[in-house]
Design a protein around this ligand. Structure first.
Ligand code: ADP
Ligand code: ZN
Ligand code: ZN
Length: 733
């Protein structure tokens, strides 16, 4: 035996020990790279992963210890994942151990035998305990059926158990997620447009790989193309990963894949620990060749991985907001590049930055090949979109949140026995100030972004430059008193529907009604089965759902996200309107979409109504270049949180000064566009005061170095202050 030493990464989060340690391979122990082992580490025994095996070591013989044992008979990590971890460390400033954690279910690392039972919480008696807290009430309300302990707040459950209101006991678990019957999707022959797109993917699968952006209008048959690509990868002996924004919101997509690819594994955050382990094991051993899952599924140990599909690539859920803050699309690309595989990003409304990469003149390392599906697959026309000016409704004495046009359309739809979707935009909910009479929105004069209302201090604040102002009592534009903090909730919409149409059967999908496990699925299934006439919901009903009987979509307040304090507000509004409008008239009958807005002249609303993505893209590109927003710049920020406001601010000020000095010393002055230290947009969170250093940079090649300094600074922290660095954060809380 030539290889007597194993180089091992030990599973500790500490950046200080983020390096390889050598161990002796005992006589008779069979190891290979990726093997999961237990090793002595100081006084402890820890999990470790073999990186490589070698014949020599630099470490003194008397300091070497042996590997204690191996845990799984198969490699826990594939060789390409070992390389991926190194890439993660460089790209996201994390440790190798942190990267490995993303690739392994918690159970594997803790070396526990997979339990066949799981703890469940169920109601032990009716009613609420005296002095019931909001959290306790919330949990009790969610217990119409028993819930796994892992799916609820365990501390709250334990407290209620103590009071005798719930019981916590182990139960047998089925551990077959989505074992219910799979609604099949008829196999269709691809139409010529789909065929053309598929042919390019096919050629790349058979050749040395490739990267594609599949840009196809809603209902154009992207899903069929994905399935054909997966089937082709399998024929070629390669495995595939299909990423969806959020499993609970795309139940149909999951069942279609499971119906077509029998062994497909499903990975998502709501799986119990046991289910997760079982699915991971099926993938790691090569039994499951296809994986469907949310963000974290991109790390799956698929054998001979040859294809990764990212559906609805514009969705923010592909970015992790927890350390390491990775972007699943970027991870997918890195994996496919390394393996000579194929990456397919698909969307009807690609992110502006993504679409830009599919244009001529892009550097090869960034380039995507554009594939386009410009019409609906079954020949159904795109829905007709009518913009309704809500200012005029108010002027005509209609103070309801429904316009006359929407009420009439609903009446027609219900009379015809069809279904309707009413959509409320929850993003940017009630945080900005707008005039219901004229549509005026309070904006920052320097940034041209809506200012955010801070109840704390009764002030309007610009989240980009930090300017503040008192909120107006009357509209500065028209003098109306109907200026208010915007927001209408789903419950209000439901009341309104019931008032107008008492006989209509209504389902509501929002944060309140979907907290229980599988609640989304149940609501969507009921609606698909025709058990309701109207579905009311937030963002969660806008995604890839296919309800053939829906002919009307009403966007009750289409523009609330338009004024969110973020340079992506226009992009997100456009995406949402297009996605939600795409739910109407999918089965051939002409759909109708009513867009209620206070800003009917806004170019974003106009372009969304025309569903003209290309024109929108062109406009957005020009705006970003002029205002220097990503991808023309990079935004970096360091958040400092402390129980004393003064401490948070001082920490941010010090961080700013240090970043300034670093940039100066390293000669990166040219990269810097703007930097300031201020109270964070969400100035208080979880009882902590928050301040941030906001840094805008040109991408001149020093971004990683500057970010690394920010990370170092954040890791060092300050006494009593929690610090975090983020690159291109998804939101500006
Ligand atoms: P997308 O993912 O682009 O929104 P889907 O793949 O869900 O679109 O397809 C939309 C509808 O069109 C589905 O009901 C699907 O069954 C149907 N469809 C897709 N491809 C074809 C085809 N080639 N011929 C007929 N119908 C198709
Ligand atoms: Zn006004
Ligand atoms: Zn500003």
């Amino acid at each position: 035996m030539a290889e007597r030493y194993a180089r091992v990464i030990v599973d500790v989060a500490n950046a200080e020990v983020d390096r390889v340690f050598d161990y002796i391979v005992p006589e008779g122990m069979d190891l290979e790279p990726g093997a999961h082992v237990m090793v002595p580490f100081g006084p402890r025994t820890l999990d470790g992963f073999v990186i490589e095996l070698c014949a020599h070591t630099q470490v003194d013989a008397d300091r070497l210890k042996p590997v204690l044992r191996r845990v799984e008979p198969f490699a826990a990590l594939r060789t390409d994942q070992l390389a991926l971890a190194t890439w993660m460390r460089e790209t996201y400033q994390c440790t190798l151990a942190e990267a490995f954690r993303l690739m392994l279910p918690a159970q594997v690392r803790r070396d526990r035998v997979a339990p066949k039972t799981q703890l469940f919480v169920s109601r032990a008696r009716e009613g609420y305990p005296p002095k019931c807290t909001a959290r306790q009430r919330e949990l009790l309300d969610a217990l119409a059926e028993p819930q796994p302990l892992s799916a609820v707040r365990a501390d709250v459950a334990r407290r209620l158990e103590g009071k005798g209101y719930v019981s916590i006991a182990p139960r047998e678990t089925r551990r077959a997620p989505y074992a219910q019957t799979q609604p099949r999707r008829a196999r269709v022959a691809l139409n010529p447009m789909q065929e053309e797109a598929f042919a390019e993917i096919d050629a790349a699968l058979a050749g040395g790989g490739g990267r594609f952006l599949l840009y196809g209008v809603t209902g154009s048959g992207k899903t069929e193309v994905y399935m054909r690509a997966v089937a082709r990868a399998l024929e070629l002996g390669r495995g595939a990963i299909v990423l969806v924004p959020e499993i609970a919101l795309t139940p149909q997509m999951v069942s279609w894949f499971r119906a077509r690819f029998e062994n497909a594994a499903v990975i998502h955050s709501r799986l119990s620990a046991g289910e997760r382990y079982d699915e991971w094991r099926r993938i790691a051993t090569g039994e499951a060749r296809v994986v469907v899952g949310a963000r974290s599924a991109v790390f799956s140990p698929v054998a001979n991985l040859g294809l990764i599909v990212v559906d609805e690539e514009h969705e923010h859920t592909y970015r992790s907001e927890r350390r390491p803050c990775y972007d699943a699309r970027r991870v997918a690309q890195s994996r496919m590049d390394a393996l000579g595989g194929v990456l397919v990003l698909g969307s009807a409304t690609p992110e502006v930055s993504t679409f830009m990469r599919a244009q001529p003149g892009v550097r090869p390392e960034n380039r995507l090949t554009l594939l386009e599906l410009s019409r609906r697959a079954n020949g159904a026309p795109l829905p007709e979109v009518r913009i309704v000016d809500m200012r005029r409704e108010l002027a005509q004495g209609n103070t309801s949140i429904f316009s006359g046009a929407l009420v009439n359309a609903l009446r027609d739809c219900l009379a015809a026995g069809r279904q309707a979707i009413l959509f409320i935009n929850r993003r940017g909910h009630s945080t900005f100030v707008s005039c219901r009479a004229c549509g005026y929105v309070e904006k920052c004069e320097a940034c041209d972004l809506a200012m955010t209302y801070h109840r704390n201090g009764d002030a309007l604040v610009c989240h980009y430059c930090g300017r503040t102002r008192k909120p107006p009592k009357t509209c500065p534009q028209c003098g109306s008193r109907f200026i208010k903090f915007f927001g209408a909730g789903t419950q209000k919409v439901e009341e309104e529907v019931r008032a107008f149409f008492p006989q209509a059967r209504v389902l509501r999908a929002d944060w309140d009604t979907t907290r229980a496990k599988d609640a989304h699925e149940r609501i969507f299934e009921a609606f698909a089965a025709g058990k309701a006439d109207v579905l009311i919901g937030t963002q969660m009903i806008a995604k890839g759902l296919d309800f053939p009987r829906v002919t009307l979509v009403g966007a009750v307040a289409a523009d609330t996200s338009l004024n969110a304090p973020d340079y992506r507000a226009g992009e997100r509004t456009f995406q949402l309107i297009t996605q939600v409008a795409g739910r109407a008239g999918r089965a051939g009958e002409k759909g109708l979409v009513i867009l209620q807005t206070y800003e009917p002249d806004s170019p974003v609303i106009q372009l969304a109504a025309r569903q003209d993505f290309r024109a929108f893209y062109e406009r957005e590109r020009v705006y970003r270049r002029r205002a220097l927003y990503p991808p023309y710049s990079v935004i970096l920020r360091i958040v400092a949180a402390a129980s004393e406001a003064e401490a948070a601010l001082q920490a941010a000020e010090r961080a700013r000064a240090r970043m300034e000095a670093f940039i100066e010393r390293e000669g990166y002055r040219e990269d810097l566009i703007h930097m300031h230290a201020k109270e964070a947009p969400v100035a208080r969170l979880d009882g902590l005061f928050r301040c941030h250093v906001f840094i805008k940079l040109y991408a001149r090649g020093h971004t990683e170095a500057i970010w690394a300094e920010a990370e170092r600074l954040a890791r060092e922290g300050a006494p009593g202050v929690r610090m975090e660095a983020e690159l291109n954060p998804t939101n500006m809380m």
